[in-house]
Design a protein around this ligand. Structure first.
Ligand code: ZN
Length: 278
């Protein structure tokens, strides 16, 4: 059985239908409740999730109370220009190798947290986020899915003015402002997903669809990204990869995010992020 991992008040919880179970309690004290420990021991979560059937729940699912499922990753990688249609709209050549940058971990927030705008040039980027379960170095493509603890939705909020304030552009800085990394609402183990390489991905702003694509259109697919990044850096449990965004970002249309805007990021089977700009 698979698991859906979330956090409430900083504690790891397992979702069962419309209810949640405190991981520390449901595991009989085997787990501390630290969500990073939960990722590290993700293989054990399957049996504990199964054991919550018939257990008295500790709470009812209310995503406004959820924090980031993986609140303190060691590294957060992100990929630029990983959908051909987005590279086209950005008028950039298709990359020959994955374009890897960093979202500094301090930008990571939860599924309904506010996005604190700091300029008039903030933009949305709906992305599939991969969370490493079993770390490693030099992970071959063929083994990559075995190293993944789960998938979730992510928003790579990008301050275009800051991103392109230097030449060459400093992606890291422009995409790492405080609150510019919404994630969640839950981390879903891949065995709960029919085909984790074929997921519809949508971004809506104030209910209007701005991005609509499918992860089959990734230029560098998830196994390739795991192989490429782990050839340079040892991956650790909890490390995240934001896998890139499809076409439809606001910058190309002169439509930036404004206070009051509600950004919804939805991936089939993984749920919806609902973040308000303030
Ligand atoms: Zn991005």
């Amino acid at each position: 059985m698979g698991f859906r991992l979330a956090t409430v008040d900083g504690r790891a919880v397992l979702i069962n239908g419309a209810t949640w179970h405190d991981l520390a309690a449901a595991s009989g004290g085997s787990f501390s409740g630290d969500p990073m420990e939960a990722i590290d021991r993700h293989a054990e979560l399957h049996d504990i999730a199964a054991s919550t059937d018939g257990r008295d729940a500790d709470g009812v699912v209310d995503e406004t109370t959820f924090g980031a499922p993986v609140p303190a990753p060691r590294n957060v990688f992100a990929i630029g220009l990983n959908y051909a249609d987005h590279a086209g709209e950005a008028d950039m050549d298709l990359p020959e190798n994955p374009l890897v940058f960093t979202k500094w971990t301090s930008c990571i927030v939860g599924p309904t947290d506010d996005i604190e705008l700091r300029s008039g040039a903030a933009d949305y980027e709906a992305e599939l986020v991969v969370v490493i379960g079993d770390g490693g170095r030099d992970i071959p493509r063929a083994d990559a899915w075995n190293h993944i603890g789960g998938l979730m939705c992510g928003q790579d909020i990008s301050d275009r003015r800051l991103q392109f304030a230097a030449k060459p552009p400093h992606f890291d800085l422009g995409k790492s402002r405080d609150t510019y990394g919404p994630t969640g609402p839950v981390l879903v183990s891949t065995d709960l997903i029919d085909d984790p390489a074929d997921l519809d991905i949508v971004c809506r702003v104030n209910g209007e669809t701005r991005q609509s694509s499918n992860t089959t259109h990734l230029i560098f697919d998830v196994p390739t990204l795991v192989e490429y990044i782990s050839s340079a850096i040892t991956l650790a449990p909890g490390d995240m990869i934001f896998t890139g965004t499809p076409e439809g970002v606001g910058a190309m249309q002169g439509m930036f995010l404004a206070p009051g805007d509600v950004v919804e990021t939805e991936i089939a089977g993984l749920g919806v992020l609902r973040n308000t700009c303030v």
